[in-house]
Design a protein around this ligand. Structure first.
Ligand code: SF4
Length: 323
């Protein structure tokens, strides 16, 4: 009779084998088992972004989602330690929403081209240049930048957040393509910042051209360039794209976002064939099973935010969550 351990191992191997050769999936099992034991011993929870590889999301994560959902999930648990499988700004957001817990980032070098495109000094410069104009920051920003703005938004609620301000002009930072997406859906003027995500800005309309007038459903993230968004059948956040695919179950789809997103949907909901291209995020890929194991075992690397700065950075997040 199979033991419970053999059961989860064979179930996980079968799911991972939807996106990788079975021998490769089996190679991950010892490390996954070690991480599960470390988690059980420490009572830690592991939250993972949709762009993490399936051996992390399906193998060891308690929750997988977008950056805000990860932080909100962590806040609802009573775990004293939270391991964030994502990039630094995500770990900071988790720390802001879980100020009394230990928040660990397994790869402290996991940055983000978008978050790094703007500094707190840049935001103060915008305040001086546009006095009285409210500033909305995408959650893909550092805590230092959040501390300078009026309200945060996600790619899912950006339109609602801007409209809630009822202002004739609104500054949206740091992603210029998300700002353009919002500008076509609101009545006020949007003043953008010139930042971009190095993963999504690389998609071109030529990538989509072979799939126009075919049975392939093309989904684009709002961080993609405007002509890519215009040519896509659906534009939405990672959560919205995932929900759309699960709800409509197309036979073939092209996901214009990070490659692991399609793999994670396939592992959880097989049946959709995903076309390429997709792009890899080098920052997200700094998180590996080995680093998650080391993080849990050694308590590395803990994310700290100066309490006064954290207080200011939490305010725009709380304003968004109160909408
Ligand atoms: S996918 Fe883009 S926004 Fe997300 S972490 Fe990578 S560079 Fe940053």
């Amino acid at each position: 009779m199979a033991t419970a351990i053999e059961d989860w191992k064979s179930d996980l191997t079968a799911r991972l084998a939807r996106v990788m050769p079975e021998p490769e999936a089996e190679l991950y099992l010892p490390l996954i088992e070690e991480i599960r034991e470390l988690k059980a011993r420490s009572g830690a929870v592991v939250v993972a972004h949709n762009y993490q590889v399936p051996q992390i999301t399906a193998g060891v994560a308690d929750f997988t989602g977008d950056s805000l959902a990860m932080a909100r999930y962590a806040a609802k648990t009573d775990a004293s330690t939270i391991v964030v499988c994502g990039v630094r700004f995500m770990a900071e957001t988790t720390r802001l929403l879980c100020p009394t817990r230990k928040v660990l980032l397994p790869a402290v070098d996991a940055g983000c081209s978008l978050a790094d495109s703007i500094s707190a000094a840049d935001v103060r410069g915008l305040r001086e240049r546009y006095p009285g104009v409210p500033i909305v920051a995408y959650v893909n920003t550092t805590a230092a930048v959040k501390a300078e703005v009026d309200i945060c938004c996600t790619s899912a609620n950006a339109v609602e957040v801007v409209e809630s301000l009822a202002a004739p002009r609104v500054i949206m930072l740091p992603d210029r393509f998300l700002a353009a997406f919002v500008a076509t859906r609101v009545s006020c003027e949007i003043i953008p910042w010139a930042g971009a995500c190095e993963v999504h800005e690389r998609f071109t309309a030529a990538d989509i051209a072979p799939f126009i007038n075919s049975d392939v459903v093309v989904l684009a993230h709002p961080e993609c360039p405007e002509d890519v968004q215009k040519a896509a059948s659906f534009v939405g956040s990672t959560t919205a794209m995932s929900d759309y695919l699960i709800r409509t179950s197309p036979k073939r789809a092209l996901l214009l976002t990070e490659c692991s997103m399609a793999d994670n949907i396939t592992v959880a909901h097989p049946g959709i064939h995903f076309e390429r291209p997709c792009n890899l995020c080098p920052h997200m890929k700094r998180i590996t099973l080995e680093r998650v194991r080391d993080s849990l075992r050694d308590g590395t690397t803990e994310i700290h935010i100066d309490p006064a700065l954290a207080e200011r950075a939490r305010t725009p997040l709380d304003r968004m969550l109160a909408l």
